[in-house]
Design a protein around this ligand. Structure first.
Ligand code: DX5
Ligand code: ZN
Length: 226
């Protein structure tokens, strides 16, 4: 297993939305990416933030934005997030009938392209599409809400993806999202994930920056097999 150094992406879904800029600055020197969950109350029942908030937030931090679109019709909306300066834009496989075409659009708009796989979606049909993507986000919960319990069985998808990425020498981050915390990140890293979204585990901590560093240390150790 050839795994690059782990990325930790705090999810602002668990932050105080009345003080978003301050919450982002709290992890500015510790995080690798900032994970931004966009939900439309259609693809998932929950509703969060959209483009205007992402545009405003873009000016408030240097952190690369890892935008996770849990929305219907991503072909209509996703390129706008690339135009707004997102580093990586991830959309759900379940919401898109031509993921490769949208990945191309995102890359031409200057962003990395990410494909997300929800809890009940098998990974196998999507493995052959991975050369068109820069990140593969494997949900370790059902998408829609923070604070849910990590589902360890979903790491089988991470293992399958890691095998595929390594054997095909693909340059692709394998990201996990949902219930990632000090007691779950090591198993996700050992399964082959190399990017870790954490909402509650970061913003529920007394010191969010310290929580990020601790998570990264645990992931590094697990990935090196220590
Ligand atoms: C949920 C979101 C997650 C969420 C994770 O659908 O995609 O990014 O913020 O929250 P925790 O880390 O609390 O499980
Ligand atoms: Zn997310």
């Amino acid at each position: 297993m050839i795994v690059p150094s782990p990325i930790v992406a705090p999810s602002i879904l668990a932050a105080d939305f009345a003080h978003l800029a301050d919450e982002v600055r709290a992890v500015e020197n510790a995080a690798d990416w900032l994970h931004v969950d966009v939900m439309d109350n259609h693809f998932v029942p929950n509703l969060t933030i959209g483009l205007p908030v992402v545009q405003s937030l873009r000016a408030a931090t240097q952190l690369p934005f890892d935008v996770h679109l849990m929305i219907e019709d991503p072909r209509r909306w996703a390129p706008g997030y690339a135009d707004a300066g997102a580093y990586n834009v991830t959309f759900h496989a379940e919401a898109c009938d031509d993921p490769v075409a949208l990945a191309k659009d995102l890359r031409s708009a200057g962003a990395k392209a990410g494909l997300a796989i929800d809890r009940d979606t098998p990974i196998e049909p999507y493995l052959e599409l991975l050369p068109s993507f820069d990140t593969l986000l494997i949900m370790t919960i059902k998408a829609g809400f923070g604070g849910q319990r990590f589902i360890p069985q979903l790491l089988d998808k991470v293992r399958a993806a890691r095998r595929h990425v390594d054997s095909g020498h693909l340059e692709l981050r394998i990201e996990v999202d949902g219930g990632i915390a000090a007691d779950t990140i090591e198993q996700a890293a050992a399964a082959g994930a190399d990017a870790f979204v954490a909402g509650t585990a970061v913003y529920g901590a007394a010191d969010p920056a310290e929580a990020v560093r601790r998570l990264r240390g645990l992931a590094e150790r697990a990935a090196s097999g220590a």
